[in-house]
Ligand binder design. Structure first.
Ligand code: SF4
Ligand code: SF4
Length: 299
């Protein structure tokens, strides 16, 4: 069995307890306006262009059989409608200005990467986290990797948007020590506007996981002007205090992913948005703590 993976991050300390290896699955049903990993959304590998590395040799243009590339002075233009993601141009490029985001890996290859750092997991109380994208999109591979990890005695975490069928959560719940569960907005209209999908299935899955006494770390990206109002924070406080949530992680918006959108040929819709101040983050933290919740700023 294979999985489409766009990154395996070693020595991760923000994706669950201890030192961890985080495996990033490609493909996500959401398209959040603030997504830090826009290369994670499309389910297949895709072409990334680093124009600062480009020396204008145009070798890539010559090898592309689809005529998806054209010379533009010292740079190139990509017609993504014509690109079939064959990767030939990335192999021809002498400077790695063209790269593929994402690749197929066998489960054995993924486990080999995870196994390399077992000693660090043991010393730190860490383990492996499956993230994305949305790892539930590749549920067969995710389930198999969780089982393989548990067979090795590793602590397992799944970082999820919650947008998946409940029967898929049923398949992994016994092999997942911690769910890192994202909530973006409780209002349906706002959720659709900023993520492209309904929040109903997400909130229902959160309730179900809570009822099943799964360990849940709740992640809330704090997006100024979108989900940080007192009214919305209080609504969140009411919901989360009624559930079985271990800890809430407030993740402040930051715009460091702007360049990634450019490299993928996509527009970044939050270009003028400022990052929340520490004082703003403390305000939200205090407000949620008033509901008896345990809250931390950061991952
Ligand atoms: S990935 Fe293949 S089809 Fe796409 S631009 Fe490169 S060579 Fe052309
Ligand atoms: S092969 Fe690489 S360096 Fe040469 S033009 Fe294409 S992207 Fe630029």
């Amino acid at each position: 069995m294979n999985a489409t993976i766009f990154n395996i991050q070693k020595f991760s300390v923000n994706d669950g307890p201890g030192i961890r290896t985080t495996v990033f699955f490609k493909g996500c049903p959401l398209a959040c306006a603030w997504c830090h990993n826009p290369e994670s959304i499309h389910p297949q590998p895709e072409l990334v262009y680093f124009n600062k590395k480009c020396i204008g040799c145009h070798l890539c243009v010559k090898v592309c059989k689809q005529n998806a590339l054209s010379a533009d002075g010292h740079k190139i233009n990509i017609d993504r409608g014509k690109c079939v993601r064959c990767g030939a141009c990335t192999e021809a490029c002498p400077t790695e200005a063209l790269q593929m985001a994402g690749k197929q890996m066998t489960l054995a290859e993924i486990m080999t990467e995870i196994d390399k750092d077992v000693v660090f997991y043991q010393q730190s109380g860490g383990g492996v986290t499956f993230s994305g994208g949305e790892p539930m999109v590749q549920i067969d591979a995710l389930e198999a990797l969780l089982k393989l990890s548990k067979a090795r005695g590793l602590h397992t975490a799944v970082d999820t948007s919650g947008h998946a069928r409940w029967q898929d959560f049923e398949r992994i719940i016994d092999y997942t020590d911690l769910f890192l569960f994202d909530i973006k907005h409780l209002e349906e209209d706002m959720h659709r506007r900023y993520t492209g999908v309904s929040n109903k299935i997400i909130i229902e899955n959160l309730r179900q996981l809570s009822a099943r006494k799964a360990a849940i770390g709740l992640r809330l990206p704090v997006i100024p002007g979108v989900n940080d109002s007192d009214t919305h924070v209080d609504e969140l406080g009411k919901l989360l205090s009624s559930l079985n949530i271990q800890k809430i992680f407030l993740l402040p918006y930051h715009g460091i992913a702007r360049g990634k959108y450019e490299r993928l040929g996509q527009a970044y819709s939050l270009d003028s948005l400022a990052e929340p101040s520490q004082m703003e983050m403390e305000r939200i933290k205090n407000r949620l703590e008033n509901f008896g919740l345990t809250v931390r700023i950061g991952g």
